[in-house]
Design a protein around this ligand. Sequence first.
Ligand SMILES: [Zn+2]
Ligand SMILES: [Zn+2]
Length: 214
Amino acid sequence: MIALELVAVWLLVDFVSGVVHWAEDSYGSETTPVIGRWVVGPNLLHHRDASAFVRSSWLASSWDLAAVGATILAVAGLAGVLTWHVALFVLLGANANQIHKWNHMRHSSVPPAIRALRRLYLLQSARHHAQHHRGAKNSHYCVITEVLNPLLDRVGWWRMLERLLAPVLGLPRSQLVTRPADRAAQPSCSCSCARLQRAPSPRRRAASTCSAPR
Ligand SMILES: [Zn+2]
Ligand SMILES: [Zn+2]
């Protein structure tokens, strides 16, 4: 039972990470009120320059998620519902950007414990995440596991949300950017996906266009 609860919390964090990532990529800009400069801006920079994100400290790339996590812990504590589920949700969620960052680092720079979690399918691989950065960058938004992305993309979850929100928010950025200009704006990737860029097979070439969200 505990194992099922752990998996449920893990996947919930994965889903929330996808929703936040999708919202930032689709509708955020550096001029978005409140979060534009401090939250969306670094995300957009990461799309343009993956190496900037990799060089930043944990605090620089995770302070916003840590602040949200601390708030959740405080509210849950005051409400008397501070369980291990909430603690795990906050621990994992506050490190979502760091998990994402590991997917843009060279394999040898990733801590052994993280590599072990990848082998257990609890964390996604750099190759899986690289699929987000292909083409219009409008898939594979979840950054924790490899479980939800194929399901959500296959059923058209994100496109469905965009259609529902179109009357209120307009078209998402991915449908406004033309493919040639989008490709021209993408620098080469310096992350561990670079290993794939040298790989010869079509499948590997397709997975090698990562330039990254933060
Ligand atoms: Zn990325
Ligand atoms: Zn992104």
